[in-house]
Write a protein that binds this ligand. Sequence first.
Ligand code: PLP
Length: 421
Amino acid sequence: MPSTNGTNAVQKSSSWGAIPTSDMARRTFNPIRDILTRPVRPLASPKSSKDLLSLSIGDPTVFGNFKAHPVVAEAVEEAAASYRFNGYPPSVGLAHVREAIANKYTHPDAPLTANDVVMTSGCSGAVEMAISVLCGAGKNILLPRPGFCLYNTIAGSHNVEARLYNLVAEKNWEADIEHMESLIDENTGAILINNPSNPCGSNYTKAHLRAILAVCERHRVPLISDEIYADMVFSGQTFTSTAWLTATVPILTLGGLAKQWLVPGWRIGWILIHDRANAFEHVRQGLVALSTIINGPCALVQAAIPKIFAKVPDTYLPELNRQLESNARILETEINNIPGLNVITPQGAMYVMVKIDLAAFAGITSDADFCHKLKWEESVEILPGECFSYPGTVRLVITPPHDILRAASARISAFCQRHRK
Ligand SMILES: Cc1ncc(COP(=O)(O)O)c(C=O)c1O
């Protein structure tokens, strides 16, 4: 029917109505963001008038006690002042930056060149590219439980089935190899591991990494090794990059500046392509293709990387690890003094996992309920194990200063005492 203005255009209704979203947007769900933005009580301010103490997000910059080394800021200032990095970078990253990253992470048993490096927007961007280059709709990926929830978010968003293999708390969170292997079928696109781990704070032994590599080898499934916490381990621990231990298994190793260099807001990450069996020819092309979607991450911050690697002194990382360990031990001692809570000793990264004996508390129905009521009554924000597909636990971030860690522990203790059976 012709419209009233005389054209043949279909008559639209007078109001816009709600524009529908894509299936992809509807499938995309990040439980951490959801929990942190959920109201504590609908339409009510928290019962507690105390300041909020947040031990929830893995952002070491929040309290100002962990600061990036001055060289890190200087490197970006220099890059900006040079006017050389205002244009579009190549989509896979600036050549000299890829070379600096290859030189830093090359190893006699896992050599790298600039061609093996793809720059990404944060390590989150590396996770997304790695999953989407190896897995598509109809494929499945093996992910750790407990594990960083972004893996599930990205898999869900891309219509990839997430199959969760168990980590065993009593064995320093090693993967249950038999369980992992039982989940593999002809549609498995990748196994993903995260070492050192968020949320577990674990650091795997060489023997355990070899056992995981053997699973990949037996089933010809490539590995994604998220090493954003590489080298961030406590005394007595040694970090091993998975790629150093195999001459055959194709691996995408993921990293970034966020954690070790204390600049998560700069959103710079990378993928290291380890392909000594020449199995990743198509994957390399796929990564290049995917990198063209956003034309690479911020050129200015990329350009700072060679100076950061060259000039941040060797004493920086051991000192950072020493401080993190001292924080972890304070939190562990304080929390272990609270009946009903039990810390699983971390070996690295920025987190502690705490088991809750729900039977010890009256009126607390789950880890999520524990966190919710704790925030409402004591203004302490921590994350429930539910976020990491591991109910019955909570995750605390160890980066706040000692006084905040002690104050938060005292509030958690008061909360637990009030709710004890
Ligand atoms: C295990 C793990 N992988 C990846 C990321 C994402 O890092 P980025 O902040 O660089 O995107 C995080 C961030 O917390 C993480 O914990």
